[in-house]
Design a protein around this ligand. Sequence first.
Ligand code: ABN
Length: 170
Amino acid sequence: MRWLDKSAERTARNIAQRTSRRGFFGKFAGAVVGAATAVPLLPVAKAQENSAPAEEGDSNSCEYWRHCAMDGFLCGCCGGSVTSCPPGTEVSPITWIGTCTNPVDNRNYIISYNDCCGTSSCGNCLCQRNEGDRPVYNPRVANDINWCLGTTSAIYNCTLAVVIGTALDE
Ligand code: ABN
C-alpha cells in the first residue's frame, strides 16, 4: 500500500504546484457574482411591484373608475383595449395624468391617459369626466388637448387609461 500513498502524495503535490489558492478563490468569486446577476433578486418584491390592482367594472364604460379624468374616445370601443391602442395606431409618449380612486381597495392610483394616434377619430364611447381638468390656457393641467405629440402622425384616434402607480396618501 506504500506505493499507493506515494502515488497519491505525488498527484497532490503536482496539483498544488500547478494551482494557487488565489486562482481558485478568483474563479469561485466570479461564479458567485455571475450567478447573482443571472438569477433575479427579490422575486417576491418584484411580483408585488408589477401586479395590477384588483378592480371591477366595465372598462368600456365611462363610469369605469380609471376614467375619472378622461376626455376622449375609449380605445376599448375602437378595436383596442383600456391599455392597448387599436391596430394601425401608435401610442403617444406624452400624456395627461390623473389620480383616480379604485373602489375595490379605496386607494388612489395615478392614471396615464395616453392618446392613440394615426387614424381619424374613432367616434365611439366619448367620455368626458374631466376630474382635475383646468382651462386649456394652462396646458400643463388641461386634458382637452390632442396629445399626439412625438408620434409619427398627429391624428387623434382614442385614449387609453393606464395605471402607472399608486398615489401617495395626503
Ligand atoms: N386627449 C384627448 C383629446 C384629443 C383631441 C382633442 C381633445 C382631446
